[in-house]
Design a protein around this ligand. Structure first.
Ligand SMILES: Cc1ncc(COP(=O)(O)O)c(C=O)c1O
Length: 135
């Protein structure tokens, strides 16, 4: 998805969900700045986009209780985030003999990265059953 597509998508969402307009404004500014990188307005827009992006990072860090905003990494979605954790953190700290526990309710995005990590490290993937009451 390029910046323009994303802006169009967000504009469409704004029409359907006006209450989310504020949350999307920073993202739109950021994406537009990327589109106009070579224009004379680039510097101002890029600076605003960077400020908005870094403010969002600080807000999320406070919300999560992270010790530093530098610990916050934005990615495109759950699949990318889980793969990043499995490969980066898992590749460093998981080894043969460890057990990774998921449930049989998981989305595909939360199964494959752990299967791959287990194949690479020799850890075991355990799948916990869940009943109809989610227990
Ligand atoms: C429970 C769950 N996990 C992960 C995903 C994948 O998320 P993403 O599209 O953000 O990668 C989805 C997508 O519908 C989901 O429902």
């Amino acid at each position: 998805m390029n910046g323009l597509t994303a802006v169009a998508g967000l504009a469409g969402q704004r029409r359907h969900h006006p209450e989310t307009a504020d949350r999307h404004r920073s993202v739109v500014v950021f994406l537009r700045a990327r589109e106009f990188q070579r224009s004379p307005a680039a510097h101002t827009l890029a600076a605003r986009a960077t400020d908005a992006y870094e403010n969002a990072r600080a807000t999320v860090a406070r919300f999560l209780g992270a010790s530093s905003a530098r610990d916050i990494v934005f990615v495109r979605g759950a699949t990318e985030a889980i793969n990043l954790v499995a490969q980066a953190w898992g590749g460093q700290f998981v080894s043969a003999g460890d057990e990774i526990v998921i449930t049989h309710l998981e989305h595909h995005a939360n199964i494959v990265p752990w299967q791959q990590l287990c194949a690479k490290t020799g850890a075991r993937l355990l799948v916990a059953p869940v009943n109809d009451r989610a227990r």
